[in-house]
Each structure stands twice: as structure tokens, then as C-alpha cells.
Design a binder for this molecule. Structure first.
Ligand SMILES: [Zn+2]
Length: 409
């Protein structure tokens, strides 16, 4: 993501009613200062909490429309650079430190490292495999930051994620009590927004001091619309299938689509490698990965990814690498440099790539008619190998012969 691009900008998707109520409460100065945003994992609690933080800091907050996303406060907040919006989250326990002060410094440094990662990708999860918590020293940092007057805006906002991971504070009752006091009676300028996927696991003393705000899972149809509009899944059945598995959470839908895309990319690479290899054994191995019976779900996205790969190779072969959708990969698989250099490096010529594309088009058509995926793949690879080996098949994109062969399968 380019520098300066908002990472947390935009309205949380599909939560219009909730956002409208919150924006109204901000404008009317009715928003409780201690909130607990809860709801299932992946439903958009972080997006919502950060949206609320922008709404509180926005120079146009009084309009009641939520953050304008254009003023200085909104733009800094969207880049996670606003000095009066403090995002805290569970992290691994830092190494032992010489003193409590050193420990708190180490935790704060660790938090800033992670904020830098989140600026690149708001959904990055650097500690996904680690044991993490909101430890006493972190809570002390929050309490100190909250006692200071905001430096730029009139308010300070604390977003404290996964608040149920705040470790029992028996080691430091003072810290625990100070935090509870902060929640119960924040300074007039401070807002504390806790988030949790497991509100039942929150310390009761914390839960009772924050006003709950539920982010509900979205109906499947809404998530399907998100998948189609924002994740580029044009096939209705596929979009709905992803939405069903996402359980009302757009974040999970995005993960599922990414994972699917990753699998299709790998599958496309496998098909391309087998075709370029040229041996019947390589083709057989690649084709036998696909079922001999109807299941088209796996082959279809692989063929789409393969089509994009070949299209990019064609762009490179035609000297228009900048038109490729994924130029880096196209350059490595299609061969960069002058036409002669590419030929010397064994990169397929334009005509060969065109013929391979024609074979893919026909295979896509065949799969659409529920033809045997394994046999379709075997035939596709044979065609592509022949094209890459310079044995012209005489077919290019859109010609019917290959489809004729498929029909007879
Ligand atoms: Zn604004």
C-alpha cells in the first residue's frame, strides 16, 4: 500500500443504522465516555471503533454525519497517525526489564512497531501465533496517556482491543484500580472504547463500567453483496457461498476470498509449469489433481487465474509489460527484455501464448458445461504444450475446435 494511503478510512460496511445513531450521539454530545464494542470475531469491531474515533476528532463532528474523512484530523486518524487517538491491543509479554519504567517503555516501543505494520495493512496480525495479553505495564501506559491533555484535538480517544485479554491484575492492584477508575470516571476530554469478541470473558469489574454496543453479524445477502462489490467475485453462487461461510463477517469473507485466490494462483502456476514442461508425465500429474467427476468448483477459479497469467504473458511478449495486471510475475514467467532476448531465454512467442489462451477459453467453456475436469485439464495441457513447443494448433482464442473435442468427452 502506498505511503499516505488511508488504512482505516471509510465507513464500516453494512452497519448504517448503528453508525447513524453513533454519529448523532457524537454531534449531540451524548456519547458515553466508556464504551464496550462487542460482537463476533471479524464483524468489523476495529473498523467501527476507529470510525468512532474519527467521528469524535472530526472538525465537522457537529454535523451528525460521522467523520468527514477530509479534514486534517480525519486524514491523520485514517493513517493511524493522530496524536490523540491511541490504539492499544494485546501483545506478547516483553522480556524482563530492569525496572517497571523500562518495561513500560519496552511495551510502548513494541506497540509503535505494530502500529507501523497496521499502517501498511490494517488487517495485519503480527502476533497471531503468540501468547498475548494487555499486561499491567500496558494498562499503566494507557492510564498515564489518558490523564494527559490531548495535544491536537479537544478530545483523546483510546481504542483498547480484545479487552478480555487484560490479564488479572492481582500483581498490581493499584494499576487495576486506577484503570477501573479511568473507565468509571474518565477525564472530561477522554473516551475509552473497548472491543471484545468474548464480552463474557471480561473482568466483571470492567464490563460493568462500560456501556455495551453490539456490532451484529450481517445477513448473508449483505455479505454476498460486499463480496461481489468489493472483492470482485462476480459469480453469484460463489459470492453467496463465501458469504455463508463467512457467518456475517466481512473480514472473514475477505480472508476466504484471499485464501481461494491464493489456491487458484498456485493451481494456475502448476498448470502453466506442466504445460511449459512439455512432458506427458508432467501433464498427467497436473491433470490428475482434478476430479474425474463433475466438481468444477476447484478448476474454474484456477482457469481464471491461468487466463490472467497468460494474458499478462501476452502483454510482455507484445512489449506492453505495463499493461500486465501483475507485471512482476509476467516478467518472470513470460520473459522480460527484447523480443530476441525473450526468445533466447525460451519464453513463448506471442502466437503460442495466444493459442494457449484459446485453449483456456475452450476449457472454461467446457467446465461451464460440467465436463469432466480431469479430462478437460489433460486436453488443455496437451494443447498448451503443443502451442508452447511451436507446434501450431491453428487455434487461437475463440475458435471452436477444442470445444468440439470437449463436447465428445
Ligand atoms: Zn473530518
Amino acid at each position: 500500500m502506498a505511503a499516505g494511503t488511508p488504512v482505516s478510512g471509510g465507513r464500516p460496511w453494512g452497519q448504517e443504522d448503528l453508525l447513524g445513531r453513533l454519529a448523532g450521539a457524537v454531534a449531540g454530545r451524548r456519547l458515553p465516555q466508556s464504551l464496550l464494542v462487542h460482537g463476533p470475531e471479524g464483524v468489523g469491531k476495529r473498523s467501527l471503533a476507529l470510525w468512532l474515533a474519527r467521528a469524535l476528532q472530526c472538525e465537522a463532528a457537529e454535523t451528525g454525519d460521522g467523520p468527514c474523512e477530509a479534514c486534517r484530523n480525519c486524514r491523520m486518524a485514517a493513517r493511524l497517525e493522530h496524536p490523540d487517538i491511541h490504539l492499544h491491543f494485546p501483545m506478547p509479554r516483553p522480556k524482563r526489564a530492569a525496572s517497571r519504567a523500562k518495561l513500560r517503555e519496552a511495551i510502548e516501543a513494541q506497540r509503535h512497531e505494530r502500529l507501523a505494520l497496521l499502517r501498511e495493512d490494517l488487517h495485519a496480525r503480527p502476533d497471531a501465533d503468540a501468547v498475548t495479553g494487555l499486561y499491567v505495564a500496558a494498562v499503566e501506559n494507557i492510564r498515564d496517556q489518558a490523564s494527559r491533555r490531548p495535544s491536537m484535538a479537544g478530545r483523546s480517544v483510546f481504542v483498547i482491543e480484545d479487552a478480555e485479554r487484560m490479564v488479572p491484575q492481582s500483581a498490581s492492584p493499584e494499576a487495576a484500580n486506577a484503570f477501573l477508575k479511568l473507565l468509571e470516571e474518565p477525564p472530561p476530554f477522554a473516551y475509552i472504547v473497548l472491543t471484545s469478541s468474548r464480552p463474557d470473558a471480561l473482568l466483571p469489574t470492567i464490563r460493568s463500567r462500560a456501556v455495551p454496543l453490539r456490532v451484529a453479524p450481517l445477513p448473508t445477502e449483505r455479505v454476498a453483496a460486499y463480496v461481489a462489490e468489493h472483492l470482485g467475485v462476480r459469480d453469484d453462487d460463489r459470492a453467496r457461498g463465501v458469504a455463508r461461510r463467512a457467518g456475517g463477517a466481512v473480514y472473514r469473507a475477505r480472508m476466504l476470498v484471499d485464501a481461494e485466490a491464493g489456491e487458484s494462483e498456485a493451481a494456475a502456476d502448476g498448470l502453466l509449469a506442466a504445460a511449459l514442461d512439455g512432458t506427458p508425465q508432467a501433464r498427467y500429474r497436473a491433470a490428475s489433481r482434478y476430479s474425474a467427476r463433475g466438481a468444477r468448483g476447484e478448476l474454474e477459479p484456477a482457469l481464471e487465474a491461468l487466463r490472467i497469467r497468460l494474458r499478462d504473458m501476452l502483454c510482455v511478449a507484445a512489449g506492453a509489460a505495463d499493461a500486465a495486471l501483475d507485471p512482476d510475475r509476467a516478467n518472470t514467467s513470460g520473459g522480460a527484455g527484447s523480443r530476441d532476448a525473450r526468445r533466447a531465454a525460451g519464453a513463448p512467442a506471442e502466437r503460442a501464448v495466444l493459442e494457449a489462451l484459446g485453449a483456456v477459453d475452450a476449457a472454461v467453456e467446457g467446465v461451464g458445461r460440467n465436463l469432466n475436469p480431469q479430462a478437460t485439464t489433460a486436453l488443455l495441457l496437451e494443447e498448451m504444450s503443443a502451442a508452447f513447443a511451436g507446434r501450431s494448433t491453428g487455434r487461437t482464442a475463440g475458435t471452436p475446435q477444442f470445444a468440439g473435442v470437449l463436447r465428445s468427452l
